[in-house]
Ligand binder design. Sequence first.
Ligand code: NGQ
Ligand code: ZN
Length: 458
Amino acid sequence: MYAMASLWFESALLPQGWARDVRLTAADGLIERVLPGVAPADGDERHGIGLPGLANLHSHAFQRGLAGLTERRGSDGDSFWTWRELMYRFLGRIGPEELEALAALAFAEMLEAGFTGVGEFHYLHHDRDGRPVADPGELAARLGAAAAATGIGLTLLPTFYAHGGFGGAPPGERQRRFINDPGRFARIVEASRSALRALPGAGGGVAAHSLRAVTPSELAEVVALAPGGVIHIHIAEQLREVDDCLAWSGRRPVQWMLENAPVDERWCLVHATHATAAELEQVAARDAVVGLCPVTESNLGDGIFPAAGFVSAGGRLGLGTDSNVRIDAAEELRTLEYSQRLAHRARNVLAAAPEASTGRSLFEAALAGGWQALRPPGSGPVGLVAGAPLDAVTLLRDHPSLTGRHGDETLDSWIFAGDRGLIDCVWCAGVRVVSGGRHRNREAIVARYARTLRSLLA
Ligand code: NGQ
Ligand code: ZN
């Protein structure tokens, strides 16, 4: 489909900084020209404040249906691991149809929240009874259908999962829907890629669930399935995982990865919560992205990622909504900064330099790192610049939270003092999918979600 767009912004955040009176033209989803300091032309759509769309580098879309249902304390204490049991129980009832309905709502909400791309860390490969579905690409195709219905850019990360703990421990009963050997997983990856081939903007990649779920030789086989593509893995999220990894290998999880896996700019280490300063210095030197999910990490009681040290070592970070307990780009950025303020008893910890705006620093870091984690190296530019996909978000200039704000104050006020009501329109690959803060298919998506979820919870 050939589509033209010509947009005009009162102000916009370009790679070189804030600019006023910005005219942007795009064809076929790609930005052709960006001209600051010009009057709007006839036929231009006029908007307030233009920002580039952010990448949501880590999501398990189906978990959106569980949001708010795990906030009751168990009889024997509560932890990440008891949450995981509840999550497994919920997931046990989800079939292909349900996966599509839950994912469509999550993806629509991501767009409404300012994310224009998502990395779906997809490990639900088999049917409810644990047996393979007839078509190994079926569940991937359902996620693709949800992405197509919403217009979000999807990087599907088919996820290899084979074991229930370090050293090839057998999986638990509730994990059987995730389990493959490398051969069957390769067929799922292949079928998933064909299922998504027609989807515009779908990036390719692969994931290993965690060091708990793969053996070293399986990890090498997974990596070989993504030549040139991105590779994601959950790592060092919980202290128990660090202890188990030490007991198994004498190495901490991130240290093990650095010594045994070809970690480089194609890699996204998700969480890395319990990484040491020395480990993070090396992660930074390898140009890998650390995928932070501050809202989920808070919700699950994971711990505080040492972001201040990582950023000053030149580390690259991006954001994920992970469990989708909340879906909000500004909230992820705010929670990340607040975690550092609480840990360091200081303010504006992640501002990039003296006098720098924290909101701007965080936004630009997450923009670059987030897209690095979702697109293979060499994919071309990101942001409001010629040659990049037209992925953009506008904020309402007239919203009271933005009264009298200019430039970086706009980002600071959105992130620290605003809410989703500030977001007006969102474009993804040149198509306007959100207007007035609402996704264009919201009603149908919500109706289907509600029907599906009621029966899942019944
Ligand atoms: C997941 N989520 O894959 O959904 C995991 C839980 C696990 C987070 N780690 C399962 N936040 O890690 O074993
Ligand atoms: Zn995850």
